[in-house]
Design a protein. Structure first.
Length: 379
């Protein structure tokens, strides 16, 4: 059917006015209507797009962040001798056979029972030579390992291929990818649930004590910080310290020497000060009043480690733990712990709110915000 002569088509603005935007924005009530949306959603997103996006971000961005955060390796014998990673990237899927590098395709790996993987390349520089004469050496395109490649990802030989090219490579055009080929066998990593990273969770331990915990995750380190109230006193639990450390000693070690300032930072409610009072008194009973005294106190609480052998390495361990491991998701620049102190105050306040009002507790199981899904790459 054609358009009648003399008729006027509605312009774009008029067409948009015909659309009931409130109807489109309204929630879908019945399960039957929701089920009808699934095919349309899968046409746009597919079943594995989230896996491909996660893996692509990892190989393009996240792997560089990880190497950048751990780029320097210094000799313990002579600190002027070091090795530094300058750049890192993933090459094309290939395998070395009889000294010859051959490109790989997923179909070939399935038939040959080999892993569909690509080399990891780095550019490095390092110091070589004796104590008298040292030389800076730079090397590029150094292979440090191999990484399995997800099919249809940006590193895959199938990426961006049309149906004819996929058929030539022995692949089905309808295969969405999102899996690996390991020793000739197709492998899929299942999505796993875990507690949210870098998020304060208020709950109770096995004994029923209320605690505030954070699973810190950065490119450089991962750690779990727990602040728990036991017998009306508040303690820090961190793997690098002995079982528990008074939280007020930790605050003083980070520069918050005034008890009043700590109380005001937590909140103006007098009940917060009353809950903090036993911890303040415990800190005073340990003769910990200044930052220097607090750091000396924490040095005695640091667990023994074979990595700290010389007296120079032992000096300042507590400060290094507070800076790099304790709530690692809050960065410390030039030993300024102000932001980290504020974060601890927020943890204390939320924990005290849960003590005063049980409804302020977090539900780790039912709250979907607290249980993100583990994909192939970063979340």
């Amino acid at each position: 059917m054609g358009v009648k002569e003399g008729s006027v088509l509605p312009d774009k603005n008029q067409q948009e006015s015909y659309i009931d935007k409130q109807f489109l924005a309204a929630p879908v009530k019945s399960a039957v209507d929701k089920f009808q949306l699934i095919p349309e959603f899968l046409k746009v997103r597919g079943l594995v797009k989230q896996h491909l996006d996660s893996f692509n971000y990892f190989v393009r961005t996240e792997i560089k962040k990880i190497v950048r955060a751990n780029d320097l390796i210094i000799s313990r014998v002579d600190q002027s001798i070091y090795l530094r990673y300058k750049d890192v990237w993933i090459g094309e899927p290939s395998v070395i056979m009889d000294g010859v590098t051959e490109k790989l395709s997923p179909h070939k790996c399935r038939l040959s029972d080999i892993t569909y993987a690509a080399p990891i390349y780095v550019n490095i520089e390092y110091i070589t030579g004796s104590h008298v004469q040292k030389t800076l050496v730079a090397k590029n395109n150094v292979i440090i390992g191999r990484m399995p490649i997800m099919l249809r990802s940006c590193c895959c030989a199938l990426y961006g291929k049309d149906e004819a090219e996929l058929a030539r490579l022995g692949e089905c055009p309808l295969d969405p990818g999102g899996y690996f080929v390991i020793k000739g066998t197709e492998k899929v990593i299942l999505i796993q649930e875990q507690l949210s990273k870098n998020r304060i969770i208020i709950d109770t331990d096995k004994k029923g004590c209320i605690q505030a915990s954070v699973m810190s995750s950065t490119e450089a380190t991962k750690s779990k910080t727990v602040i728990r109230m036991e017998k009306e006193k508040i303690y820090l639990y961190l793997n690098q310290f002995t079982p528990k450390v008074p939280i007020m000693a930790v605050m003083k070690a980070m520069g918050m020497e005034s008890d009043q300032e700590v109380v005001q930072m937590v909140g103006r409610d007098p009940r917060y000060g009353a809950l903090l009072l036993p911890s303040i008194e415990e800190c005073a009973s340990q003769n910990v009043y200044t930052q220097h005294q607090a750091l000396e106190f924490l040095e005695k609480k640091v667990k023994k480690s074979p990595y700290f052998s010389s007296p120079l390495e032992k000096e300042g361990r507590a400060l290094g733990i507070l800076r790099d491991v304790f709530i690692a998701n809050i960065p410390v620049r030039q030993n300024n712990f102000r932001a980290k102190c504020i974060y601890v105050a927020v943890m204390l306040r939320r924990m005290m709110e849960a003590i005063l009002n049980k409804d302020a507790m977090d539900d780790k199981v039912e709250d979907y915000c607290n249980i993100p899904k583990n994909l192939y790459g970063p979340q």
